[in-house]
Design a protein around this ligand. Sequence first.
Ligand SMILES: [Zn+2]
Length: 384
Amino acid sequence: MMLDNEILKYIEDHREEAIALLVELAQIPAPSNAEEKRAAFCKEWLEKCGAEGVYVDEALNVIYPVGCEKEKPLAVFMAHSDVVFPDTDPLPLKVEDGWIHCPGVGDDTGNVVALMMAAKYVAENRLQSRDWGILLVINSGEEGLGNLKGSRRIFSEFGSRVKEFVTFDLSYRRLYDRSVGSRRFLVELSTQGGHSWNDFGRKNAIACLADVIHDLYRIPVPQGKGKTTFNVGTVSGGTSVNTIAQQVQMLYEFRSEDRACLDTMQEKFDAILNAHRKDGVEILCTKVGDRPCSGEVDPVAQAALADRAEAAAVKYVGLTPVRGAASTDCNVPLSLGIPSVCIGCLDGVGEHTREEKVKIDSVVPGLKICFDLVLHHFDGKSVH
Ligand SMILES: [Zn+2]
């Protein structure tokens, strides 16, 4: 169904409610893998709105299924509850000069609020879809350490029944219709070590890791479909200034839009680690993150979904979002060949910083984008 004047008026009439909900929800702490408080709040809020069958799964996803019981194809709409901040106390929030300031307010709390308001509209009007089952999901674990836990859980439960996937994330200025896959590793290197004066000449773990890093940075970036990158993110270790280091560790990642390029990077990375495992040097490598690349997605269906999301932004905000590739909850469905898109329902700045803020005047146009996409598969309002 299309957004008619009645729905647009509903959105305008609920502006203050949406802002109040954002102010309340943004303060509830929700580090990745510890989203319990937000999950409980959202479930109770949806139930108060009359949503039936809402449940929280093992991954802490809050799921509101609408008409999913039969063997209909499923359309999934998500926004993630977790934030990158480890706070377990209420997050600091202030409203000032037309902005709401709070860590995590735009990534992704404002989008969660848009999805909740759309869910409320669906519940209050008992909307149904003849042809589709709709899953509205406030999902967990999108950020770094969450490793897409919530999205993975949805696809392990509903799998190939899902024919379309939209996640609301970040700003409406950007639209992600391609995914960036990545693999992340903790590399721990150890040697005998010793006294810097008495044992001079023994191998030093830090110097050995420096050699490893030197070689990693000489890997030619594979030329495939799209961009490939790599990075050493942190290095730590050693004992003291007068100790030949026994132990050192680093976090390393590589990313690509192309599966084959990720595999090439993996081979070269493994070969370099193996080449340095000699003469008393031990290297342990633990995978700490694995986000899949896109699989074979029907290009026509994918383009149609991305165009629909773009059209909503153009219609209600008056700007064309910039298209790109990113690591989002879309990685999981795209890897399974399911058409997927990520778009935001707000205007904000400073995501992943404690200075993050969202423009209050972007809330209503953002709601319109969200309603437009979520209500797409629903039949017109039934009289009741
Ligand atoms: Zn996000």
